[in-house]
Design a binder for this molecule. Structure first.
Ligand SMILES: [Zn+2]
Length: 646
């Protein structure tokens, strides 16, 4: 039997290399030697499939097993069974394998090359099957992979008052690359901004840094977070893990606490004009106990006897910035006038705002370039200034102007200062000989918020000044040019949406106060669209003046004439549309001549024209916006050097 057994072993060995056909020939040969041996053959039958090593494993989600599963197949006599197909199949959600059928080798062993586990935590399986044999199931208990991210478990942004707890304490979940919770990770919570503190379970301060270990759900959290006391600072807590580059941030922009006191939020003392609103509306600010602006306080504004009237809001509830501001305070006739601000909630905090009545608080800071002007020319400038000051009551606030020399015009020095109202550089120089351009003017710096000019330039042609004086137009021409500096021109009108040029043959000014003024001076029966703007002439004439064919000798038409050029309610209204505080009642008397009468004035300069064009009288400089802190922005390109004609 031993002999036969060894022959059969050999036969099995040969099978591995030769296949079934060879087996039958070998049996024939074996039969010749030992008939009984083949008669007793029990063909090798797959009987037992066993795992190589353990079939209960542990691994992490998504991991590729370093030692891929293998099985050994034996027959009914426990002999290795080679060359037999083993089928491999992963269970549900159990990842992937590189090959699903493998033949056993000479030792009966069959192994796959690679098993990459699926992303699910829990049990994953791989089954090796051979027909009619109990299959082998490899079971892997899969745990989460390495920590890959921190997920916020409460909102990134929460709301609360200063120095109070956030509704939901910062909490994160540590997860692996597949979103599986990762337990046992040390998460550090740090207050990085805002001056708050983390709290312990009793609500007591526990410091600005706390480390917590993630639980079975991967969750790590602190017990509480109390934010700081400053509403202007964002409070932040960052949760982080040493093994991760990025953390999870929690943010609170705290609200102010309830109002605790008031303070003045406008100048306590200012100048004003009787019958006109004060330049700076009185206001108080409510603050919480930490000095944050706090809304909700009620403030009552009361002018004393002789101190004019409050129009609009008298009783004001402070807004979100803590500000309660009177609607308007139109001054009365007293030389010193007072307005009280009181609050029923804070009887001790009463504020008195004082206004000193003056004729006008608008002023021109005139700087002469090119030497001292003649007494006559100086008088013309003074006249122009006084005419505009009669109709402009309010002050325009200071802004910081910083400029290199010559930015605004030739000879203008460097500027680096706060300028209130308007500064005008006046250059009396030769431009183009007698006639043609009389002068040119315009702003070069305007205020960012209001658009009102802060620095301007006026240039007058010395070749024409004496002639203008002789025919009596010098004062009017000077006043006209200062009007352009104040913003009475296309550029400023367009910035304020006051100029409509949809129909290039019929441009019109559409400011409502200017239109009212036009109606007041006889324009109510004008058959076209009010207020007509000059549609003829060169670049500086067209669109920057009232239409001369309608407004005739009004100050701001594009043609000078003798006999007086009144500063009418139309022009004062246009100033109000630009944003100036004005006194319309101080406008100069003027009525539009009946339409169609073409009452042209007399010729004022030698030559063939009956009226004298200003020519292109806008100053072709770059214009910058400036604000209180000196920030500048170019809003109109230009360079007086390029277009200046000498
Ligand atoms: Zn002009």
């Amino acid at each position: 039997m031993r002999h036969v057994g060894s022959i059969l072993d050999l036969a099995h060995h040969m099978n591995l290399h030769r296949g079934p056909r060879f087996r039958s020939r070998w049996c024939v040969l074996a039969l010749a030697a030992l008939v009984s041996a083949c008669d007793r053959t029990d063909p090798a039958v797959p009987t037992s499939l066993v795992p190589v090593g353990a079939n209960a494993l542990t691994a992490r989600a998504g991991e590729t097993l370093s030692a891929p599963p293998a099985v050994i197949l034996t027959d009914q006599r426990s002999r290795a069974l080679a060359n037999t197909l083993v089928t491999w199949q992963t269970g549900a959600s159990s990842g992937s394998i590189d090959i699903d059928t493998v033949r056993t080798d000479a030792t009966g062993r069959a192994a796959i090359g690679r098993w990459t586990l699926g992303p699910i935590v829990g049990l994953q399986t791989l089954t090796a099957t051979v027909s009619d044999v109990e299959p082998v199931v490899f079971r892997v208990t899969v745990s989460a992979g390495a920590a890959s991210a921190l997920l916020r478990r409460v909102p990134e942004f929460q709301e609360t008052r200063v120095e109070s707890r956030v509704p939901q304490a910062p909490a994160v979940q540590v997860v692996d690359a597949f979103g599986n919770p990762v337990a046992g990770e040390a998460v550090t919570f740090v207050v990085t901004n805002g001056g708050g503190v983390l709290l312990d379970a009793t609500g007591a301060a526990a410091g600005v840094q706390i480390t917590r270990t993630s639980d079975a759900n991967g969750v790590a959290q602190v017990d509480g977070w109390r934010v700081g006391t400053n509403v202007t600072e964002q409070n932040r807590v960052v949760a982080s893990l040493a093994s991760l580059g990025t953390g999870a941030t929690f943010r609170v922009n705290p609200r102010a606490d309830v109002p605790a006191r008031l303070e003045a939020a406008a100048p306590r003392s200012q100048q004003g004009v009787p019958g006109v609103d004060v330049p700076s509306r009185p206001a108080v600010r409510a603050l919480d106990r930490f000095g944050n602006p706090a809304g909700g306080a009620t403030v009552v504004f009361t002018p004393r006897d002789g101190a004019g009237v409050v129009i609009g809001n008298v009783r004001v509830t402070a807004d979100g910035d803590g500000i309660a501001r009177v609607g308007r305070w139109t001054l009365g006739t007293d030389s010193v006038q007072r307005l009280d601000a009181t609050s029923p909630q804070f009887p001790a905090d009463t504020f008195t705002f004082t206004a000193t009545a003056v004729a006008s608080i608008f002023s021109f800071d005139v700087r002469f370039l090119n030497g001292t002007p003649s007494a006559r020319n100086l008088a013309a400038v003074e006249t122009a200034v006084e005419r505009w000051r009669r109709v402009i009551a309010g002050q325009t606030p200071p802004v910081r102007v910083v400029a290199n020399p010559d930015v605004c015009g030739p000879g203008v020095p460097a500027i680096d200062e706060d300028i209130v109202n308007v500064r005008v550089y006046v250059n009396l120089d030769s431009i183009d000989g007698r006639g043609s351009i009389l002068g040119r003017a315009g702003p070069c710096f305007i205020r960012t918020t209001s658009g009102l000019p802060v620095v301007g330039f006026v240039e007058l042609d010395t070749a024409d000044l004496a002639t203008l004086d002789q025919n009596g137009t010098l004062d009017d021409v000077m006043t006209h040019e200062f009007g352009h500096v104040l913003g009475l021109q296309a550029f400023n009108w367009e910035r304020r949406g006051l100029l409509n040029t949809t129909n290039s043959n019929d441009p019109f000014f559409q400011g409502s106060i200017g239109r009212d003024g036009f109606a007041d001076i006889g324009g109510a029966i004008y058959p076209g669209i009010p207020v007509p703007v000059e549609e003829t002439g060169g670049a500086g004439t067209r669109l920057s003046h009232w239409r001369a064919s309608v407004l005739q000798r009004e100050l701001m038409v594009g043609f000078a004439r003798t006999g007086g050029m009144p500063l009418s309610r139309l022009t004062v209204g246009a100033l109000a549309d630009l944003g100036y505080v004005v006194r319309v009642d101080n406008a100069e008397a003027f009525t539009v001549p009946p339409f169609g009468s073409a009452a042209w004035g007399e010729m004022v300069m030698p030559g063939s024209t009956r009226v004298l064009s200003y020519g292109d009288d806008h100053w072709p400089t770059a214009v910058y916006e400036v604000d209180r802190s000196g920030r500048q922005r170019l809003v109109r390109a230009g360079d007086w050097r390029v277009t200046r004609r000498r």
